[in-house]
Design a protein around this ligand. Structure first.
Ligand SMILES: NC(=O)C1=CN([C@@H]2O[C@H](COP(=O)(O)OP(=O)(O)OC[C@H]3O[C@@H](n4cnc5c(N)ncnc54)[C@H](O)[C@@H]3O)[C@@H](O)[C@H]2O)C=CC1
Ligand SMILES: O=P(O)(O)OC[C@H]1O[C@](O)(CO)[C@@H](O)[C@@H]1O
Length: 386
């Protein structure tokens, strides 16, 4: 089997690419970072440091790389059996035209072997969104062929992979936690399911996607935002601060109450899931900056993402949400010189004030009680800020 994986970054090299290569699949990465491309092509292998109680170094071997803006991507898509991505939600639209050209070439060349495409991003049904972009870029005469031969398979992806500390000495090494979970929607595959150890099949994907995004990512983001406000640089330092920890746990429980209602989860098992997540945030072997985890606050404050979607659920079911309100207010204070979305958030706040800003970003009604609560919490934080 052959695979093309877009995005040779932390999750690409440290999780999805590793599982594909470990399964004996011939793997090519597609990226735009020339240094990473050159290093992959020079060495054809890289180190994955799995850190935790049972730390070990594993090698991923036999890989190569191409530039994702080159013609080589089109030829690869015409030939491979599986395409995966871990590029970030905002990049899916950019890689779609190349995928569309590849699919047209695949059809023209008479390759009717099934192809499955799986986006591995922190978003709800990311592959379906990628499919939409691909179809937009695809000449209409190929549509029926694509529907018949190409599976667009949604997935949930969970492994914490911060940038490696050895980035300067070895641009390919990645450091990953021991925990990992990759769950794919088995109803969307074309042809036989690929045999990839570590890839789990489900016919109930939405429950897994929402459980992950609205528990781990909700808690992770709030740890980052409150951590930054309280002067912590890392997720571990932030979660070890009892003030932060209480709000993070409370927010995950509030979001969890929605998930339990929506998906009929077992409350005891969900409580254990939250406990495990908090212990993952405490991982002493991972150095994960609050600035990285809080990145792109406009995306994280949008209506379908990890902060607003849970609070909308609490409103629908008339459930408590005071910790989520605090988390959202903290997100509005996020700052980063590196992050254009942090600059845009600051400009919006300066121009429109907190009430209009949060309403505009999140889609919440600016006159609603919940927006009033968020603004009150935002101003209360303002008062305490050094
Ligand atoms: N790092 C983590 O712990 C986790 C990340 N994710 C998700 O995985 C995705 C990737 O995240 P990371 O690996 O952390 O980011 P990253 O920044 O380490 O990797 C992204 C890679 O995509 C590449 N890229 C950018 N534009 C591209 C293009 N047009 N074509 C091909 N490659 C392109 C970048 O050069 C980079 O190598 C995101 O959606 C993230 O939310 C999900 C779970 C955990
Ligand atoms: O990648 P996003 O969506 O910006 O979220 C930040 C963080 O959440 C996690 O995906 C949780 O695993 C991080 O490791 C990730 O990078």
């Amino acid at each position: 089997m052959k695979a093309l994986h877009f995005g040779a970054g932390n999750i690409g090299r440290g999780f999805i690419g590793k599982l594909l290569a470990d399964a004996g699949i011939q793997l090519t990465f597609a990226d735009v970072n020339q240094a990473v491309l050159d290093a992959l092509n020079a060495h054809k292998e890289y180190r994955v440091k799995v850190v935790g109680e049972d730390a070990q170094v594993e090698m991923v071997k036999g890989v190569d790389a191409i530039n994702s803006t080159s013609e080589a991507v089109i030829s690869k898509i015409a030939q491979v059996d599986i395409v995966t991505t871990a590029v970030g939600p905002q990049i899916l639209e950019r890689i779609a035209p190349g995928i569309a050209k590849g699919l047209a070439k695949r059809s023209d060349s008479g390759n009717t072997c099934p192809l499955n495409i799986i986006a591995c991003e922190n978003m709800v049904r990311g592959t379906s969104q990628l499919k939409m972009h691909v179809l937009k870029a695809l000449p209409t005469q190929y549509r029926d062929w694509v529907e018949a031969h190409v599976g667009f398979v949604d997935s949930a992806v969970d492994r914490i992979v911060p940038p490696s500390e050895s980035i300067n000495s070895d641009p390919l090494e990645v450091t990953v936690e021991t925990f990992s979970e990759w769950i794919v929607d088995k109803t969307q595959f074309k042809g036989k399911f690929p045999q990839i150890s570590g890839m789990e099949l489900t016919d109930n994907l939405m429950a897994f996607v929402e459980r992950k995004l609205f528990t781990l990512n909700t808690g992770h983001a709030i740890t980052a935002y409150l951590g930054q406000l309280n002067g912590h640089n890392t997720i571990r330092d932030a979660i070890l601060d009892n003030k932060v920890r209480a709000i993070v746990r409370g927010a995950m429980e509030e979001s969890g109450a929605v998930l339990i209602r929506r998906y009929d989860f077992d409350p005891a098992k969900h409580a254990a899931y939250i406990k495990k997540i908090i212990s993952r945030f405490e991982n002493p072997y991972l150095i994960d900056d609050v600035e990285r985890v809080g990145r792109q606050p406009l995306r994280k404050l949008s209506s379908g993402d990890r902060l607003i979607k849970p609070i909308l659920g609490t409103l629908a079911y008339h459930l408590p949400h005071s910790n989520l309100v605090t988390g959202i207010a903290a997100a509005m204070h996020y700052h980063s010189d590196q992050d254009p979305q942090a600059q845009e958030l600051a400009s919006l706040l300066a121009e429109k004030g907190p009430q209009e800003t949060i309403a505009q970003i999140s889609g919440l009604d600016s006159k609603s009680e919940v927006v009033t609560d968020i603004v009150k919490a935002y101003k209360a934080i303002n008062k305490c800020a050094p």
